[in-house]
Design a protein around this ligand. Structure first.
Ligand SMILES: C[S@@+](CC[C@H](N)C(=O)[O-])C[C@H]1O[C@@H](n2cnc3c(N)ncnc32)[C@H](O)[C@@H]1O
Length: 364
């Protein structure tokens, strides 16, 4: 099943969805389900490092189907505590007949080999060069720990009401500082994590999202939690709502996700540098629309689960120039650290998502 999921990922499927749809139709035990998930997600995250280990011991080209099997075997040998004989035997069994000899030989050598001489940090940590370069440039040397942390499976954090949500996202919702009865607009709300957290605090939350399928998730989650969250499907750049009618507006913007790569195992291979530039344009447009929704004296909160300067301090610098009527508000929340006029949390600090947040108050 793991191999089938990896084939779907290679064909363009999202790893999380490929695993879920295969597991949904199976009667596997919880232990085996967990193993399938670990194999698929781990092999996908570490693809580049695994390929380096494999290629050190293989002569000549390897067809895609055989490479998939080799990656899955090498992952078990180097990252999981699967005994070598079992990992090699089980992997050879699922290899195409024509390449069983090759798979057996390469995996045995991978099992016995010492830690390889890595050609670069990007290969060792298994990321595209540009992500490593970008995070080192934007974060400094702490980036090594950040990249390493996003190679592990994300810890599962659950709110008191049972909703699964990263502590970083919980902190962002708490930062909005709503009082019961406050009117709140969540301009990028699906699947409703922050919107439901705010509604649970007694706020009257209007949730908006551009994608109808994702907007349904807000309604499902609100219903499950016994909350009423009116949900609008619209482009947040043109919200069909009364100007200046909200005490608080939250823009939890679409972003490059470079602080949450552990959560989406294939994301690092999908996202391209040019996407960051496009996202910055969208983030500015969403913020410009958000500003028009805030009442005088109300607040605007901008958050992203990425760590790029362009999408965090870069956006804040633009806000200072483009929207001078918005005064920056201090953000202090532990264990976050100051990031320009806002705050940032790294994924290695509490096992949650890396995020950046900035807050503003609309001057009367
Ligand atoms: C980071 S997610 C929001 C997560 C959500 N706030 C939560 O806590 O569960 C960003 C959302 O923005 C939505 N989105 C993307 N482009 C949008 C647009 N132009 N207008 C409104 N929403 C948009 C996406 O569908 C996605 O659900």
């Amino acid at each position: 099943m793991a191999l089938e999921a990896l084939a779907r990922v290679d064909a363009g499927a999202y790893a999380n969805l490929a695993v879920r749809s295969l597991l949904d139709g199976s009667t596997m035990s919880p232990v085996d389900r967990h193993f399938v998930t670990t194999l698929v997600n781990g092999t996908t995250r570490l693809r580049r490092a695994l390929d380096w280990r494999i290629d050190a011991h293989a002569k000549g080209p390897i067809d895609p189907e055989t490479r998939r099997v080799l990656r899955m075997g090498a992952y078990q040998l180097t990252e999981l505590r699967v005994p070598a004989h079992a990992a090699v035997y089980e992997t050879v069994r699922v290899a195409p007949r024509r390449s069983q000899g090759l798979v057996n030989a390469v995996l045995r050598r991978v099992a016995e080999a010492p830690e390889p001489a890595w050609p670069s940090e990007a290969v060792r940590l298994s990321y595209p060069d540009w992500i490593v370069d970008r995070l080192y440039a934007d974060l400094g040397s702490v980036a090594a720990e950040t990249l390493d942390a996003m190679n592990a499976a994300p810890a599962v954090h659950t709110r008191d009401d049972g909703y699964v949500q990263s502590p970083s996202s919980q902190a962002v919702a708490a930062l909005v500082e709503v009082r019961p009865g406050d009117r709140v607009l969540d301009l990028c709300a699906a699947p409703g994590g922050k919107a439901t957290a705010l509604a649970a605090l007694g706020a009257e939350v209007v949730a908006l999202d551009a994608h109808i399928g994702r907007a349904r998730l807000i309604l499902d989650n609100a219903r499950r939690l016994g909350l009423n969250v009116p949900t609008v499907v619209a482009d947040g750049r043109r919200p069909p709502l009364a100007l200046g009618s909200f005490d608080h507006v939250l823009v939890d913007a679409p972003c490059s996700g470079l602080g949450a790569l552990h959560r989406r195992p294939d994301a690092r291979w999908r996202i391209q540098p040019a996407d960051v530039d496009d996202l910055v344009v969208l983030q500015r447009q969403l913020l410009a629309a958000a500003v028009t929704m805030v009442r005088a004296g109300g607040t605007l909160t901008y958050s992203v689960c990425t760590l790029s300067r362009a999408e965090s301090t870069g956006i804040d610098e633009w806000m200072a120039v483009a929207h001078p009527r918005l005064a920056s508000m201090p953000v202090s929340v532990r264990p976050w650290s100051a990031h320009g006029r806002g705050a940032m949390v790294l994924p290695q600090w509490q096992g949650g998502d890396g995020m950046c947040v900035f807050r503003y108050r609309l001057i009367h």
